[in-house]
Design a protein around this ligand. Structure first.
Ligand SMILES: CC(C)(COP(=O)(O)OP(=O)(O)OC[C@H]1O[C@@H](n2cnc3c(N)ncnc32)[C@H](O)[C@@H]1OP(=O)(O)O)[C@@H](O)C(=O)NCCC(=O)NCCS
Length: 246
């Protein structure tokens, strides 16, 4: 519906349909923002038992501030405003201690706990619901060009001080132990520990779920001792049978 107002010699048009559309769009954006905000707060509460309220998470968590800064920097970067994007990311770094390159791709509900010392490189990609603790680096080895940084799947945990270096994939639900240095692919659900990182989940390693296709040399089953154990069992059974028959 269009209403036209006339004031002296001027005409003002009021298109009510246009304003209804704008209002509906605004309402939808508000509802979507509230939904993702609630989801984020709940996901942080699940991962940090110390988080007691939404206000605390929003106002006091430096990792949350770093992420907000990254959203702005990333939007500027996508609009090819590279200098402004770096400016925002460096300002965020000086406030939070977390350095995220504006070109890094970050999924939903990333939780950077404690913040300080986290570095996320330019070509790093992070899936949904990942958790990164203080001092962790998603970096390059200095040997690659182009894609130089790791790709984390969904629900990956990177422990305090861990370094994940290189353009490989860390599978969904994988855990990187505190202090580990990971230099090659981590399969889905595996836990990588140590320097250089190796899997600690024996079952997964035996089933071929080892990191970077390397065999876990410590936990491989010994076929000779297994055969000897079977032989001695058979011998014992035979001895018992002979003793019974005599
Ligand atoms: C690795 C981790 C995720 C546990 O994963 P898990 O799959 O449950 O592994 P387990 O606890 O069963 O440990 C398996 C083996 O790895 C060893 N291990 C665990 N964490 C380790 C670490 N950070 N560095 C070296 N070895 C480690 C354990 O001693 C154990 O060794 P064993 O098999 O010889 O006994 C956990 O120890 C960790 O490092 N979490 C990081 C959390 C963090 O950074 N918190 C900071 C909060 S401020």
């Amino acid at each position: 519906m269009k209403l036209v107002f006339g004031i002296s010699d001027k005409c003002i048009e009021f298109d009510s349909d246009k304003w209804v559309k704008i209002f509906k769009k605004y309402k939808r954006i508000c509802a979507e923002t509230k939904k993702s905000f609630d989801e984020y707060i709940e996901s942080v509460k699940k991962r940090d038992p110390a988080a007691t309220s939404a206000a605390q998470i929003l106002l006091l968590y430096s990792g949350v501030h770093a992420l907000a800064g990254h959203r702005i920097a990333s939007a500027l970067y996508k609009k090819k405003k590279f200098f402004a994007a770096r400016l925002v990311s460096q300002f965020t770094r000086s406030v939070t201690g977390v350095e995220i390159h504006p070109a890094a791709t970050i999924g939903k509900c990333l939780f950077i706990d404690h913040g300080m010392g986290v570095v996320i490189g330019e070509t790093a990609e992070i899936g949904d619901y990942c958790t990164i603790y203080q001092g962790a680096t998603l970096g390059g080895t200095g040997k690659d060009v182009g894609k130089r940084h790791p790709t984390l799947g969904n629900n990956v945990m990177v422990g305090a001080g861990a370094k994940v270096l290189g353009p490989f994939k860390v599978g969904d639900n994988a855990k990187i132990a505190a202090g580990a240095v990971v230099l090659c692919e981590v399969p889905e659900g595996a836990t990588a520990v140590g320097i250089p990182a190796k899997p600690v989940n024996r079952q997964k390693a035996e089933q071929g779920g080892e990191i970077g296709g390397q065999l876990d040399q410590i936990h491989i089953p010994d076929p000779i001792s297994q055969a000897l154990a079977q032989l001695s069992e058979k011998l014992e059974a035979l001895e018992k049978r002979i003793n019974k028959e005599l």
